[in-house]
Design a protein around this ligand. Structure first.
Ligand code: HXC
Length: 513
């Protein structure tokens, strides 16, 4: 028995050594942790159970049979994160650059099947040179097996991808199908084709960092939802994100016990500037409304004219979508519409109620927007809100103009509770634009056109730039003092906590992609 135990211990040591000390040092020199170090930071102490530690690749081409590492470049298993069952795979860059072989893919697929059958989140810590070049099509098949499972699991269990090293070629599509992507600044990149191919095909000269580094994907493409300074922060962000989301589509996040206290927020009564064209920071409004330090922003540096993120309100996990008057006056455009639509759909998949803060002057006009399909992209947000069945509350703080009024979680598309501040302006368009159109002839023939326009503008604003017409129709449920908003939200979400609503029976809808 002793011999047999020794043999087992020897094998475990061998597996844990990955690609060997030299390669581990190289990994550390780049400021990166190893796969096992990352897992150790992520899961609760003593909870980790590894699966497939002794798996070896089966390749014999290019002398591969002489180089075989236990585990084949990916550590897979399960443990708990803050007490909740979580499946984790971490690619080991020290073994063939974490590249994906047939067996490496089989290990990930086995884990995905377990996660799906047992309805618990799966986290992928990606650090890989892509397809194992020595294996050819077997590795491509392995990727496709993963993509298929990502898609089957979508909307059933949360899937989170951390990019903690290279991620190129087909490898980018698994993360892209998952719910959230996090990238580590400077040590990770993602692209379909690298700088060399780009140079050959388009003659552009670009570095890996410019082409697919974290800053590029956080601000230009929106591919990544979060950026971390280093591996450690990335792991902490995964844990934080998990704390707002449930185990699966059939579960809810546990509320943090909360006792109602003094919920009045006097600062909100003075937050809207006197002039309706002066911007203010919607994030200040959010911080007044949510439980202290609970706002966790998603897509912080992308399409900043809309804010999305998770929070706790009265201890309850709530997703927030809010126009940001500080950026492009909070207008809806192609990027902000798709950003918000994806977030709304995630919250709806996983039973997370939605709070929508509205201050939107409309859709952004222009050829750039029209030619980039603002029609189709704006429709995504409209569709996402319209199909969502989670509790939904809107607060109109200031502008709610035109089609954007409809889109931003209006009563008409299924919102449960629609509140407005006295500063709300709910109309087809702003007073100036409206007056220029409907009084065009009178203004053109007037001796003093400017004065005439100003008078008409004032007249239009008095008639429409307030919440009371909408409230009189029941489109707004209550006009409230801003300072009272937090308590109204706590009570509103408590009232809606057992909401059950279903959509008509169908195979699946056809969101305008
Ligand atoms: C096999 C690989 C590998 C790969 C790296 N290695 N990538 N082995 N298949 N794809 C090995 C290296 O030989 C090396 O082995 C070790 O991993 C570390 O690699 P280095 O190059 O020394 O590291 P670094 O300088 O940090 O560069 C990392 C890298 C580079 C940028 C990822 O290795 C690279 O460009 N690799 C190839 C990337 C690629 O073209 N992949 C295929 C993408 S196409 P030793 O023994 O020296 O430690 C694709 C199609 C999938 O993925 C489509 C699915 C639909």
């Amino acid at each position: 028995m002793n011999d047999k135990l020794l043999k087992l211990q020897e094998l475990e040591l061998l597996a844990k050594a990955g690609g060997g000390e030299k390669r581990i040092s190289k990994q550390h020199e780049k400021g990166k942790l190893t796969a096992r170090e990352r897992i150790r930071l992520l899961v609760d102490e003593g909870s980790w159970e590894e699966i497939g530690m002794l798996v070896k690749h089966r390749s014999t081409d290019f002398g591969m049979e002489k180089e075989n590492y236990l585990g084949d470049g990916v550590v897979t298993g399960y443990g708990t994160v803050n007490g909740r069952l979580t499946y984790v795979y971490a690619q080991d860059f020290t073994v063939f650059g974490g590249s994906l072989s047939e067996t490496h893919a089989e290990k990930i697929c086995k884990l995905m099947d377990l996660a799906l059958d047992n309805k618990a989140p799966i986290i992928g810590l990606n650090d890989s040179g892509g397809a194992r070049i020595q294996e050819g099509v077997k590795s491509l098949g392995g990727y496709a097996d993963i993509f298929y499972r990502n898609t089957q699991a979508s909307g059933v269990i949360p899937q989170i991808s951390a990019i903690m090293g290279p991620c190129a070629g087909g490898a980018v599509y698994s993360p892209a199908i998952t719910d959230f992507i996090m990238m580590v600044d400077q040590s990770s990149y993602m692209f379909v084709t690298g700088p060399n191919v780009v140079k050959t095909v388009t003659n552009e000269t670009v570095t890996s960092e410019e082409l697919g580094g974290s800053k590029t994907h956080a601000s230009k493409s929106g591919v990544t939802h979060f950026t971390a300074r280093n591996d450690l922060q990335c792991i902490e962000m995964i844990k934080k994100l998990l704390s707002y989301i449930p185990q699966n589509y059939d579960a809810k996040v546990d509320d943090i016990p909360y006792t109602i206290d003094d919920e009045s927020r006097a600062a909100l009564n003075d937050i809207i500037p006197a002039s309706s064209n002066t911007p203010y920071d919607m994030k200040e409004v959010i911080h007044e409304l949510v439980d202290p330090r609970s706002f966790f922003e998603v897509h912080k540096d992308f399409a900043e004219n809309i804010i999305v993120g998770f929070s706790r309100i009265g201890g309850r996990s709530v997703g927030i979508v809010a126009n940001q008057p500080y950026a492009l006056a909070g207008v809806l455009d192609v990027k902000s519409s798709t950003k918000a639509a994806r977030f709304v759909r995630f919250c709806d998949c996983f039973n997370i109620p939605l709070l929508v803060l509205v201050d939107v002057p409309g859709f952004l006009p222009g050829t750039d927007q029209e030619w980039n399909a603002i029609i189709t992209n704006g429709a995504k947000l409209l569709y996402a809100f319209s199909e969502s069945t989670v509790p939904r509350i809107s607060v109109i703080t200031r502008k709610a103009y035109g089609g954007a009024y409809d889109v931003m979680n209006s009563k008409h598309i299924g919102s449960d509770l629609n509140l407005a501040w006295p500063t709300a302006e709910i109309a087809v368009m702003g007073a100036k634009g409206a007056s220029e159109i409907i009084f065009r002839k009178e203004i053109a023939s007037a001796d003093n056109a400017e004065e005439m326009l100003a008078n008409k503008e004032k007249e239009y604003a008095e008639q429409f730039a307030h919440p009371y017409k909408a409230a009189s129709r029941g489109f707004i449920d209550a006009v409230i003092e801003p300072s009272e908003t937090r308590i109204k939200l706590i009570k509103g979400f408590a009232m809606l906590k057992d909401k059950k609503k279903s959509i008509p029976s169908k195979k699946h809808g056809n969101i305008p992609l």
